[in-house]
Design a protein around this ligand. Structure first.
Ligand code: FAD
Length: 472
């Protein structure tokens, strides 16, 4: 008797080096590939011009075309997976479901409930590690506890990577087992109740082919990554986060390439990939962080001012601090923000504007194309000093010094705030200082062309320190 299976793609939108797909193809005679636009997730997206939907759709188009070339197809449905998956299993007479494990709270609940529904119908679910290099129980301290500090975690992670090596799953060896059939055409973005975005204007190619193009470009300069990664005006980082988010590239493939490059820049880049694993194990081992809680309980009740007007100014890039405003324009216009800037704007929101880190976390969640709960929560709690291995609470970024150091000539600022083009490298980091000294000759009109600063950094710094000390 023929064995039929479903491979359900979720955040692993690729047909190469995919653990669940490999095992499905190897162990079945006919594999049906499925993607579901999950309405539990879609219904929560307020912005109908969500770049993520377009990114997913374009990436699915590539998968569908590849499957079509092999006489197979991609089944795309919209609805609730707990109803759709059992129905598809029945319709295609399948004996098993193959998935890659997902570590977010909602996904775990969903997968547990579907596994249970299917097991009652004698259908087995096979789940695999694919999204990470090592899962939450694979890298533990000597006393078998999860790590909460990155450096020893990383050392142990690297040791294990070195001992085990990295093998890629050769899905292509079993591709003749994709079921031969045709399904409905790809839905349009409107059929999904969303609208077209500006994704095509951005330098962000989609699908596995797009990810590979970006990787190739980055790999040529990987050796200088340790230095170039801090400067948002230069192309020093990989811009692969959205591909890591949706699994259009495989994390094993990226880590293997970093190891093979064997240079200082590649080792630093590998560390960033390990940060990704680190935060995945944090959400799995410390579930309270997924419930809107601080990792460190003593900072649960920080008395934030939560001024709505200041939050609006931060969101819209109208704080009067050029580096903050340019960074916020970047996320608003592209859905991406450079890591150095994510660190600066998050610190500014929490420790200068005295606004709850969760407000910023939610804003990033709504607007980042690469939003990943684990890295985002980890990043925000790091900046707010509420997280594991976070900034000490008394370390407060000075947005002007950060700007002078990491965007010395204001090239990044000018890209997103063209009205500041006439300012010199000296004037651009804190225009108000120079404007006050020389109002008549200053090249722009502060208050009209660009706002005055909404806060005084040193005053706010003192307030932030007092706020944290009150919780110690
Ligand atoms: C407040 C804040 C929020 C963040 N939110 C997210 C988020 O929602 N999604 C997200 O992927 N990253 C997030 N990061 C981490 C980091 O900023 C982005 O991963 C990075 O900027 C993506 O750009 P890149 O792909 O060019 O990175 P590269 O520098 O090329 O790094 C390579 C890959 O490593 C991973 N990575 C890098 N830095 C980190 C990190 N600190 N934590 C976890 N993984 C990392 C990413 O997958 C990234 O694609 C956040 C950081 C902060 C400070």
């Amino acid at each position: 008797m023929k064995v039929n299976s479903i491979i359900w793609l979720r955040r692993d939108l690729r047909l190469y080096d995919n653990a669940a797909l490999f095992h499905a193809l190897k162990n079945s005679d006919q594999v049906f590939t499925v993607f579901i636009f999950d309405t539990h997730i879609l219904n929560k997206l307020k912005n109908k011009k969500d770049r993520r939907i377009e990114f997913i759709l374009k990436s699915l188009k590539e998968i569908k075309e590849n499957l079509n070339k092999q006489g197979s197809d991609l089944i795309i449905e919209k609805g609730e997976p707990e109803t759709l998956i059992p129905n598809l299993i029945k319709e295609y007479k399948c004996d098993s479901l193959y998935i890659n494990r997902d570590y977010e709270a909602y996904a775990q609940e969903r997968d547990n409930s579907i596994t249970e529904i299917l097991s009652k119908k004698q259908v087995k679910t096979f789940a695999f590690k694919d999204q990470v290099l090592f899962e939450c129980d694979e890298i533990l301290t000597q006393s078998n506890k999860p790590y909460t500090v990155f450096t020893p975690y990383k050392n142990n992670h690297l040791k294990k990577l070195n001992e085990e090596g990295i093998d890629l799953y050769k899905c292509e060896d079993h591709k003749s087992n994709f079921a031969k059939f045709t399904h409905k055409p790809l839905p349009s973005i409107e059929e999904l109740s969303f609208e077209k975005t500006n994704l095509e204007e951005l330098d962000l190619p989609t699908g596995t082919s797009g990810g590979k193009k970006l990787l190739e470009k980055f790999y040529k300069n990987i050796k200088i990554y340790s230095k170039s990664r801090n400067y948002p005006a230069v192309r020093g980082v990989s811009y692969l986060s959205v591909h890591n988010r949706f699994g259009t590239l495989s994390i094993r493939h990226l880590a293997k390439m970093a190891i093979e490059a064997d240079n200082d820049g590649a080792s630093t880049w590998l560390s960033e990939l390990i940060w990704r694993d680190f935060y995945f194990q944090i959400i799995a081992n410390f579930p309270h962080v997924s419930k809107n809680k601080s990792f460190k309980p003593q900072f649960e009740n920080l008395q934030f001012e939560n001024d709505e007007k200041k939050f609006e100014a931060w969101k819209n890039g109208l704080t009067g601090f050029p580096i903050i405003d340019a960074a916020m324009k970047q996320i608003n216009q592209t859905g991406y923000m450079h890591n150095r800037l994510r660190m600066i704007v998050s610190s500014f929101l929490v420790k200068d504007l005295l606004i709850d880190w969760r407000w910023g976390e939610q804003y990033f969640q709504d607007n980042l194309i690469d939003f990943d709960f684990s890295a985002n929560n980890g990043g925000w709690q790091w900046a707010a000093s509420t997280g594991c291995d976070s900034q000490p609470y008394f370390r407060i970024f000075n947005p002007i010094l950060q700007s002078e150091k990491f965007d010395k000539d204001g090239l990044f600022i000018k890209k997103y705030l063209p009205q500041l083009e006439p300012l010199s490298s000296k004037q651009i980091h804190q225009p108000w200082m120079h404007f006050e000294k020389n109002t008549d000759t200053f090249p722009i009109k502060l208050g009209e062309d660009y706002p005055f600063p909404i806060i005084d950094h040193s005053e706010q710094r003192d307030k932030a320190l007092a706020m944290y000390k009150a919780c110690k």
